[in-house]
Design a protein. Structure first.
Length: 444
């Protein structure tokens, strides 16, 4: 059996999941034929990792300007895109125009103009685009969909979704390029794309209208100064004044950060550890969104990026009952010695405290058992990678594989929400981009 050939563009930290899978678990059926990036140092770091972990030869490397040359010389079957969000469309469209299918990290892209370019290229070339929504593969989210398909709430009518990013994880978006909306689309596109996709998938519908409000209320220089806080430093690494700052990140502490970012600073100019109370920050850290769906379901969504603990609460109420899900991540307490807060402790070694509970309209409430998987994101990454790279056909009755239409439906909520925040008006999705009817496109 000939190996399926993959080329990857964008060798930041997220690329590691794909590179490791292709060079170890799926090496017998897959071949990583090339890496492409703005940074030779980052590509060299991954090649050293490939040689050390997998015992394989170094993969050919190409600078970003040589992307088309890479395609002509290495002839991949599929191109994997893990670049900065706002550049996804460049590599997706160029790969498809030269005859290649594409796998892209979420979000598919960041605005309507780039989305239109991708969709028109797919229509013109007939090539396939897969969006890697790993949240669909997390066991608790899968179980939630199973229960909905079983009809425990009847017809869904209303969704309440609250997501809390803590002062460890949430703050990290304000240290990186994500803090500038021109690169990430803001958290309503970059992060909430997971959540909007889950809702679309759970209720089996696409968004129709969106209204949103949002603001930068905690992070940023102005907010810090209003609280009486002053910071003399723009970054954290090797800054003595930042030694006791609970928000500080030292790039020396983790091998990946040293190799991919600190070592590449002179080459790229990119700082991975900017002060979260510095400038510029052009994204929101507090967001509220209301969505009406084509099937008349209403969604109320909120996201804060500075919570003391991380997790979510989701409730879907329908004609026959209510389904609730609570997830509390066990996080270190930044202000003590790393103990897990008692509120989210649990007697198992799992990284999350999770609960799904069913409330029949006329019946006794009950819990639904959830078995968490092994690996990153509650085991989701392991399952996703098997669906992407296994040489064998994997049955997917829950339809977890996300197509380009699913990717578009997800980011359109965030894009519309951004527009609503700017204008103060409700946004109609069809006025931004017309999605096809649900079910017209199925992922290959």
């Amino acid at each position: 059996m000939s190996k399926k050939r993959y080329a990857l563009v964008g060798t930041g930290s997220r690329a590691g999941m794909f590179i490791d899978a292709l060079t170890t678990t799926y090496h017998d059926s897959s071949k990583l034929v090339a890496l492409c990036d703005l940074s030779q140092i980052r590509m060299n770091w991954y090649n050293q990792r490939i040689q050390k972990r997998a015992g394989l030869s170094a993969v050919p490397t190409y600078h970003a300007e040589q992307f088309d040359v890479m395609l002509r010389e290495t002839h991949p079957d599929v191109v994997i895109v893990t670049t900065v969000d706002a550049t996804h469309h460049i590599y997706i469209t160029r790969a498809m125009e030269q005859g290649y299918d594409v796998i892209t990290e979420k979000p598919m892209t960041t605005d309507v103009e780039k989305l239109s370019a991708i969709m028109h290229t797919i229509d013109r070339t007939g090539k396939s685009l897969r969006v890697t929504f790993n949240a669909r593969y997390e066991p608790i989210h899968t179980r939630f969909r199973e229960l909905l398909l079983q009809g425990v709430v009847g017809k869904p009518l209303a969704v309440d979704f609250s997501w809390m990013l803590d002062v460890r994880h949430g703050a990290d978006y304000f240290r990186r390029w994500h803090r500038e909306k021109q690169y990430s689309g803001g958290l309503l596109v970059h992060k909430a794309t997971h959540h909007f996709d889950l809702v679309n998938w759970w209720i089996d519908s696409y968004p129709q209208a969106v209204f949103a409000m949002g603001a930068l209320q905690f992070y940023g220089k102005k907010n810090a100064e209003e609280r009486g806080e002053r910071y003399s430093y723009d970054r954290y690494t090797d800054v003595p004044e930042a030694t006791h700052d609970p928000f500080a990140l030292s790039l020396h502490a983790k091998e990946e950060n040293r190799g991919l970012y600190l070592a590449a600073e002179e080459e790229t100019g990119y700082l991975r550890d900017r002060n979260v109370f510095g400038e510029p920050i052009t994204i929101e850290d507090t967001m509220c969104v209301m969505v009406r769906y084509r099937n008349r379901v209403l969604l109320s969504y909120s996201l804060v990026a500075y919570s003391p603990w991380e997790g979510l609460h989701v409730a879907i109420t329908g004609t026959k009952g209510r389904l609730e899900m609570d997830v509390a991540d066990t996080i270190p307490d930044l202000f003590s010695h790393g103990e897990t807060p008692a509120a989210v402790q649990k007697p198992t070694p799992s990284s999350k405290a999770v609960r799904i509970r069913v409330y029949p309209t006329f019946g006794t409430p009950y819990d639904s058992a959830v078995t968490e998987g092994e690996g990153e994101h509650g085991g989701a990454d392991t399952v996703l990678l098997s669906h992407l790279f296994s040489p064998h056909t994997i049955e997917d009755p829950l339809q977890r594989a996300a197509s380009h239409i699913d990717g578009a439906a997800s980011i359109l909520v965030g894009i519309a929400a951004n527009e609503s925040i700017q204008t103060g008006q409700q946004m109609i999705i069809d006025d931004l981009f017309q999605l096809p009817d649900k079910g017209m496109h199925k992922q290959k």
